[in-house]
Design a protein around this ligand. Structure first.
Ligand code: C2E
Ligand code: CA
Ligand code: CA
Length: 707
């Protein structure tokens, strides 16, 4: 069989028209075969189809093939039949190859020497073409798929790359065998202050500040052996300059890489830590003093208790209640109050033993926890120390302020078993003390809650008592020593309690003074006294005034003066018929307003007496500046006097009063001798059982008239 040389170009053209992207149509193949009856597929000939731009070129090859561009071999194929994409010599992305093979480039095809010519009959040709068609389709589809995948992958990769570059997390990869980093994302580099080329020189311990290398290795071993899927840990990262920042790290093994690598995902948690710290600060510390607050104290006390129970030790709670803090802060302002609290906090810390915990548990309440106190005395020693340290006034903004405090003590295991119970008991003990108003300490005992409860009940009773008009005033006369005449009476309250009988002020006034009920009681007393005065005036009972006791809470009221004025006017008497008795404590606790209020009262015409003089802590230097009329020498200075010689204090008070042009009233004069001595030392008035006990108004009339 002769083998006519077919026109290669023609054949190429012909075959070029075949669409290899689609499986070849049998008809087309057949017509091709018919038309080229004697087609000899010269092995040196190449059937090819150039695809659309961006597509691959498909080559059917019977000889060798090499594709060059600008004299460089860019693709080479060995002899053998092949349909499909070329494999490449050039390394590099596949896309580039594809591009290189598109129409845009002129391809130079070099033929290689060939041995086996073969002639094909139509059947053979058909078969070949069918094979070509089939395989081209398969290849094409495969290529399509891989191209698509590649493009997807590229998209994902670039997206991932973007994410990696822009994420706020640090990401690093670590070679688990060398323990060196292989890669760090830009954020990690920036945070750690390293350059990317330095990364491979770094080991985990160069950047993780506080981790045990052995522990880290163990984690890596676990990850490598797939025993753990991930490791999470909090650590600090060390920057190049040695500074640290807190991080949270997740380590995972990436088995898709070969060899597998460790991937670390690191979150800089500085901000989180800051928020956490702020939150902690707010939740566990008092914002003003920075001392632990109640919540934290309870926590620390609980730990102390559980430690102590193991060691058979004691824990004591000292609850420090500042008696007059509210008064100070109300009268001198919150700023002074705050400064005072700061000073008190400092003082408490200084006066507490080094192992003690000091906290602020309320506005005017501090706590000291003593965990190593072996017995009561230790807590008592500390309490005494604290009390001592408060004997000196605090100097705030140029003024000296005395802070009264009471310390309630409770201890484990004697009292409460839990932290909250212990604190409550110490509070109960402190409350118990606060009634006495003295600087002192006391231990909790189980009677205290009942006493407190009965106080609460009493408070309720007081309100009812007022409504039901169960109170009455008794009057105790005052005698002017010069004229030997009764000049006035002190009104003293009594309570006809429906169950408990006649109650004296000490049974209920201190409780009443703890709440605003004392205001109502005070108003009632003043109204009743005024009305009594009016009655006596109406009946020409020769009395110059009635003295009424004022309590601190009443004095603090802003409307004190106007209220008193109104009550006196309502009773239709002149203010000079009313004398107000005020204690030194009231004066000292209201230094800012006291002068104004006293002046207004004095200008109104009301008489003013300083009650219980000598028992409080007033400075004599103030006395002169207050518009007072009388000083009442406290009973304690009268009680024991038997001769003029042992009446030294009374004497001193009388002469002091005289120098200030104040009259003196001796309280609690029970016997003639005391009266005589008081007269001898120049005292102006006396009051006491010698003249008579306080009695109801009706009896006053019976006993004293006609005067
Ligand atoms: P105070 O103002 O010092 O009143 C004098 C107290 O001494 C009265 O006791 C009186 O009965 C008592 N007393 C008078 N003479 C003698 C004496 O010769 N010997 C002795 N041992 N005691 C004498 P009372 O009535 O029990 O009052 C006690 C305190 O209760 C008063 O002390 C006063 O601080 C307070 N108080 C009484 N009535 C009122 C009131 O209406 N309002 C307020 N806020 N307090 C009152
Ligand atoms: Ca009095
Ligand atoms: Ca008195």
């Amino acid at each position: 069989m002769s083998t006519p040389e077919p026109d290669t170009n023609l054949k190429v053209e012909l075959l070029r028209s075949l669409d290899f992207f689609k499986p070849m149509d049998l008809e087309v193949i057949e017509s091709l075969v018919q038309n080229c009856e004697e087609i000899i597929l010269d092995p040196e000939e190449i059937l090819f189809k150039e695809g659309e731009p961006g597509d691959a070129m498909y080559v059917i090859l019977y000889g060798g093939l090499s594709i060059e561009r600008e004299n460089t071999v860019i693709a080479k194929r060995r002899r053998g039949d092949h349909v499909g994409e070329m494999s490449l010599i050039e390394s590099g992305p596949r896309a580039a190859t594809v591009k290189a093979l598109t129409k845009t480039y002129l391809l130079k095809i070099l033929k290689e020497p060939f041995h086996n010519h073969f002639t094909s009959n139509p059947q053979t040709l058909m078969e070949i073409l069918r094979t070509i068609s089939e395989r081209s389709r398969e290849d094409l589809e495969a290529l399509d798929r891989s191209m698509k995948n590649l493009q997807e992958e590229k998209k994902i990769t670039s997206r991932l790359q973007n994410l990696l570059n822009n994420t706020s997390s640090e990401i690093y990869t670590l070679d688990p065998s060398t323990f060196r980093f292989t890669h760090m994302n830009p954020r990690a580099l920036r945070n750690l202050e390293y350059q990317s080329m330095e990364v491979t020189q770094l080991k985990p311990m160069d950047i993780i500040g506080d981790i045990d290398p052995e522990e880290f290795e163990e984690w890596v071993t676990l990850l490598r052996s797939n025993k753990r899927e991930e490791v999470l840990f909090n650590a600090v990262h060390r920057r190049r300059d040695g500074s640290f920042y807190p991080v949270k790290t997740q380590l995972k093994m990436d088995f898709d890489e070969s060899p597998p690598i460790i991937v670390g995902l690191v979150e800089d948690i500085s901000e989180l830590k800051e928020i956490e710290n702020k939150y902690k600060q707010l939740t566990f510390y008092d914002p003003l003093t920075g001392l632990p607050n109640r919540t934290l104290i309870i926590d620390q006390l609980s730990s102390a208790i559980s430690e102590a129970s193991k060691e058979n030790e004691n824990v004591s709670v000292l609850l420090i209640d500042l008696h007059n803090f509210k008064t100070i802060s109300n009268s001198l302002g919150y700023r002074v109050g705050d400064l005072l609290i700061l000073a008190v906090a400092k003082q408490l810390k200084a006066a507490s033993p080094p192992h003690g915990i000091v906290g602020r548990t309320g506005d005017n309440e501090f706590i000291t926890v003593l965990s190593q106190s072996d017995n009561k005395t230790n807590a008592e020693d500390v309490a005494c120390q604290l009390l001592d340290s408060f004997k000196i006034p605090f100097s705030i903004g140029g003024q000296d302020i005395f802070v009264g405090l009471g310390i309630g003590i409770s201890s484990f295991p004697n009292n409460g078993q839990g932290a909250e119970a212990l604190i409550e008991q110490a509070e109960t003990a402190a409350k118990h003390l606060s009634q006495e108003g003295e600087n002192n300490y006391c231990h909790y005992n189980s009677d205290m809650p009942f006493i407190l409860k009965s106080k609460l009940l009493l408070e309720g009773d007081l309100r009812k008592g007022l409504e039901r008009n169960e109170f009455e005033l008794h009057y105790q006369p005052k005698l002017a020593l010069e004229s030997e005449t009764i000049t006035g009476f002190e009104a003293l309250i009594r309570w006809n309690h429906p169950e408990r009988g006649l109650l004296f002020p000490l049974d209920f006034i201190p409780v009443a003074e703890e709440s605003d009920i004392i205001i109502s009681i005070g108003d009632w007393v003043l109204k009743t006294a005024c009305r009594q005065m009016k009655t006596w005036l109406n009946m020409d009972f020769p009395v110059q005034n009635i003295a009424v006791n004022l309590s601190g809470r009443q004095f603090k009221k802003e409307d004190l003066v106007s209220n008193i004025k109104k009550i006196i006017l309502d009773a239709d008497i002149q203010p000079k018929f009313i004398e107000l008795e005020i204690t030194e404590t009231i004066l000292m606790e209201n230094l800012d307003t006291v002068t104004t209020k006293l002046r207004q009262l004095s200008e109104m015409g009301v008489k003013l007496s300083l009650d219980d003089f000598g028992t409080g802590y007033s400075s004599l230097r103030y006395l002169n500046s207050f518009p007072l009329d009388n000083i009442k020498i406290d009973r304690s200075f009268i009680k024991d006097i038997t001769t003029e010689e042992n009446a030294t204090i009374a004497k001193a008070i009388v002469s002091l009063a005289k120098s200030f042009r104040l009259k003196t009233i001796a309280e609690g004069v029970e016997v003639e001798n005391q009266k005589a001595i008081m007269r001898a030392i120049g005292c102006d008035f006396i009051q006491g059982y010698l003249l008579g006990k306080p009695i109801p108004a009706e009896e006053v009339i019976q006993q004293l008239s006609p005067l």
